[in-house]
Design a protein. Structure first.
Length: 145
């Protein structure tokens, strides 16, 4: 996973509540950070995206942890990119990073999720609309087309 492939980053606010007794971010909050990132990514990557009309469900999610993230980590942020576009689903790759004292990125966690687009009125999966595929392909710098 090359950090240069991530165009989108969103700052993370580490809350006291996110910490476990050891003093680092508890594993469950990384998935919440993924969710926060997804919301902002969709708005940034597709001006046509409307959360009141468009929705996806998570079919799969995974997270690998590399280095603990702490309350005072410098410049914590989440990077997202779409790494695959399918007919009814697409994949997000995630990276959670902060900076060391010299400004070099520290990778804390990496993740992957598969989203399936759904029609809320029908309650079933639908194909990704062409406008969404086009928007994401235009936005993403490293997506194989």
């Amino acid at each position: 996973m090359n950090l240069e492939n991530f165009k989108f980053y969103h700052p993370l606010e580490i809350r006291w509540n996110d910490l476990d007794p050891i003093g680092h971010v508890n594993n469950v909050y990384y998935i919440e950070y993924f969710q926060i990132g997804r919301g902002f990514y969709m708005i940034d990557s597709s001006k046509k995206w409307d959360w009141t009309k468009n929705m996806f469900v998570i079919a799969h999610i995974e997270c690998d942890y590399y280095k603990e993230l702490k309350l005072l980590s410098k410049n914590p942020r989440i990077g997202l990119r779409v790494s695959r576009l399918g007919n009814k689903s697409f994949d997000f790759e995630y990276v959670i990073v902060s900076d060391d004292k010299d400004g070099i990125p520290i990778v804390h966690a990496k993740g992957l999720s598969t989203q399936v687009l759904v029609d809320l009125t029908l309650g079933k999966s639908i194909e990704l609309p062409e406008w969404l595929k086009t928007d994401i392909q235009t936005y993403e710098i490293a997506l194989e087309k």
